[in-house]
Design a protein around this ligand. Structure first.
Ligand code: ZN
Length: 334
């Protein structure tokens, strides 16, 4: 991947390419942005350019070093791994970063460490990496990737160059056309997906390629338009089927709730402003208008609050069927 092929993130690309041109590479970077927003792609392209035998502010993509980076087999590019899913331990940081740093690069003039999900480092792991950031060997660059830079120690942040991922807005039309072409989807579906991804290009592509997300979207749209006519028995049946679909992995319930928030946020916004500019589900404006007319501000706000509660209940393992039954009873009021 070349910098010029990465969509958006002009600030980060400019920063990295300027550093490459001037040969002023920092010992430590934080790339901060949500899941799938392209952090690894940027870190990898930067590493490739740093190792590239043909120099410049873009990797050539052809030389042996570039190829090794592309195949994740460059001996001087170290991806820090961890065995437990939710923690990077001090032992792992010591073995893979702190200790390893003392060994000179094998083939390149530099060693690069990429720590994915750096927010998972516990405090002692962070303290260990901090020590090496204080006086790193000349040839070392550490790149921390995180979705929550503020969870890193202030002392770490102050030693790193912080690069924040920005939502991609300018290239929206181009991405939409590409989604429609690649996944053979109608325009309204591509629009829905882009709205949901909120400027996260990687997320848009992975949602578009996910059969289940498209099912979730359809199910959610059906529910919001029909729930007001549901009798209690139908509410219960729907809650039961959502529970089953969630358990079987057919539907991501967290995504489902996220979509419901966007939907009712649209209804609320339309009720307040009657303006289409900031509506996500523009293609469903007739239904939105209908619900905005029917529901009071209080009703709609109660639904949004209830969705929020439902999210925390599901996180706390409250029975899904019960959570959705209660939620739909509030939705029915609109
Ligand atoms: Zn190259």
């Amino acid at each position: 991947m070349l910098f010029r092929d990465i969509i958006g993130q002009e600030d980060i690309k400019n920063h990295m390419q300027k550093a490459l041109r001037e040969g002023k590479i920092s010992h430590a970077y934080i790339i901060n942005g949500e899941k799938e927003s392209g952090k690894m792609m940027l870190a990898k392209t930067f590493s490739q350019a740093l190792f590239c035998e043909n120099g410049g502010d873009e990797p050539c993509g052809e030389c042996p070093s570039c190829k090794k980076v592309a195949h994740d087999s460059h001996p001087d590019l170290i991806y820090v791994t961890h065995s437990k899913p939710n923690i990077i331990s001090v032992k792992e940081i010591r073995e893979q970063v702190v200790g390893d740093m003392m060994i000179k690069p094998y083939t390149a003039s530099r060693k690069i460490y990429i720590v994915e999900d750096a927010q998972l480092m516990n405090e002692s792991a962070q303290n260990a990496i901090l020590k090496s950031l204080e006086e790193p060997p000349e040839y070392v660059t550490v790149i921390l990737l995180t979705d929550n830079a503020s969870s890193l120690l202030q002392t770490i942040r102050s030693r790193c160059i912080l690069l924040n991922i920005q939502p991609v807005i300018k290239e929206r039309e181009k991405i939409k056309q590409e989604l429609m072409r690649t996944y053979e989807m109608p325009e309204y579906e591509a629009e829905d997906i882009l709205n949901f991804a909120q400027g996260n290009v990687g997320k848009a592509y992975s949602l578009a390629s996910s059969e289940s997300f498209r099912d979730v979207m359809e199910d959610m749209l059906n529910l919001t338009s029909q729930v007001s006519r549901f009798r209690q028995i139908e509410v219960e049946k729907k809650a039961e089927s959502l529970k089953t679909a969630g358990k079987n992995g057919e539907i991501d319930l967290k995504e489902y709730l996220d979509l419901l928030v966007l939907w009712y946020r649209d209804v609320l916004l339309y009720k307040a402003t009657a303006n289409l500019d900031y509506i996500y589900f523009k293609d469903h404006i007739r239904e939105i208008r209908k619900q905005a007319q029917r529901g009071s501000f209080k009703n709609i706000n109660s639904v949004l609050t209830k969705i929020d509660t439902s999210r925390s209940q599901i996180r706390a393992n409250v029975d899904v069927e019960l959570v959705f039954t209660l939620l739909m009873q509030v939705m029915k009021e609109i």
